[in-house]
Design a binder for this molecule. Structure first.
Ligand SMILES: Cc1ncc(COP(=O)(O)O)c(C=O)c1O
Length: 391
């Protein structure tokens, strides 16, 4: 079966160039980058090269890049590390958006357990936070704010430059989780005006288990990891040299292809979206059309259980996800759609389609051709009342 992969926000397949580079480093550049001999210095050179590529993707200085073991680890080092350094001053209030990934939401829950006050910033039905809401949430003890650059479930892009400026006026540190934007939209950390920014390689055709945290020079971080002095003491532990080198190649290629690839994906995504919304009755897009990352659409199917639709599509060779992949396996409604104020028949019946490099017009045609029939069949098997007759 010719399978169609439409779950690129969960992970992307490493590109051939990435696989080649990872293999070459594993074979030939196996030294410990902290060693002073030839083998160590070759490994160190591989890190330096990758650091330059990752910095270019973010408009950053290479010396400000901290390689991490994942996006989750980057979010943790940023928030726990900043919190630890800020605590001494007694301002222990953190503000994050209600639609963050679990990597941020569960980290602020951990901060709450050690005495931090936390505020979840609401979003409107479009899935976007507002500067006014942030201003209302800020208090004299607010020292840390984290708002994601784009949401992983619905793809909406947040007004980071605006909210970061508000946090700065308030003398609060600002972190953004850019895991879903790195490689998809241009990022310039200076123009965004943020203090810390997290990315993860496997979302842009790099390997899994490697990421980066950009930390503006001068920001004080007390890393939650204790150990050696790697990554200027911000991420102790011998670096995953092969993975990092692979991320470097992925960053270089994402930047080189961005201006041609992203409009291509947007056109495919828009076609898929309009075919579904016109051909399948009882469907609605979740979140605004723009600003959104080019590859993502999230659609609710009335009177359908999302898991059943996912499985039916998988049987046809089409891989999609229900809301966030990280929480699939549970039948919990999406916390993102709930935060947007959508009713239960929208929060439990949503499917995320996230496109990527290998997808073509033919893929979109195949998905749009099978969906109406699958949805009809699933609806005929259930006896749920129509949404309009529900409370
Ligand atoms: C917005 C966002 N943040 C963080 C993560 C976690 O990244 P990683 O899988 O590298 O830990 C993800 C992954 O789904 C994500 O989408």
């Amino acid at each position: 079966m010719n399978r169609i992969y439409l779950d690129h926000n969960a992970t992307t397949p490493p590109s051939a160039a990435v696989i080649d580079r990872v293999g070459a480093v594993l074979r030939e550049e196996f030294g410990n980058p902290s060693s002073v001999h030839h083998f160590g210095q070759r490994a160190k050179a591989a890190l330096d090269e990758a650091r330059t590529h990752v910095a270019a993707l973010l408009g950053a200085d290479a010396s400000e890049i901290v390689f991490t073991g994942s996006g989750t680890e980057g979010d943790n080092i940023a928030l726990r590390g900043a919190a630890e350094a800020l605590e001494a001053a007694g301002r222990k209030h953190v503000v994050v958006s209600a639609i963050e990934h679990e990597a941020v939401l569960n980290t602020v829950k951990a901060l709450a357990r050690r005495g931090w006050r936390t505020t979840l910033l609401p979003v409107d039905a479009s899935g976007i936070v507002s500067g006014d809401q942030l201003r209302r949430a800020l208090a004299p003890d607010t020292s840390l704010v984290s708002i994601m650059h784009a949401n992983n479930e619905i793809g909406t892009i947040q007004p980071i430059a605006e909210v970061a400026a508000i946090a700065r006026e308030h003398r609060a540190l600002f972190h953004t989780d850019a895991v879903q934007t790195a490689g998809k939209i241009p990022i310039d950390v200076k123009a965004l005006g943020v203090d810390m920014l997290t990315i993860s390689a496997h979302k842009f055709y790099g390997p899994k288990g490697v990421g980066a945290l950009w930390v503006r020079r001068g920001v004080r971080l007390q890393s939650p990891l204790t150990g050696g002095k790697q990554e200027r003491g911000r991420r102790s532990g011998t670096e995953n040299v092969a993975g990092i080198a692979g991320m470097g190649v992925a960053a270089r290629d994402a930047l080189a292809k961005m201006s041609s690839e992203q409009p291509r994906l947007a056109a495919l995504r828009d076609r898929l979206e309009s075919l579904i919304l016109t051909r399948v009755p009882g469907t609605a897009r979740n979140g605004v059309q723009e600003p959104r990352v080019a590859n993502t659409t999230n659609i609710s199917f009335d009177r359908i259980e999302a898991e059943s639709l996912l499985i039916a599509l998988d049987l046809e060779g089409m891989a999609v996800s229900t809301g966030s992949a990280c929480s699939s396996g549970t039948l919990e409604p999406s916390h993102v759609l709930k935060a947007m104020g959508l009713p239960p028949h929208r929060t439990q019946n949503s499917i995320r389609f996230s496109l990527g490099a290998a997808n073509t017009n033919e893929d979109i045609d195949r998905v749009a051709a099978v969906l109406p029939e699958i949805v009809d069949k699933l609806r005929s098997l259930t006896r749920q009342p129509a949404a309009s007759s529900r409370r």
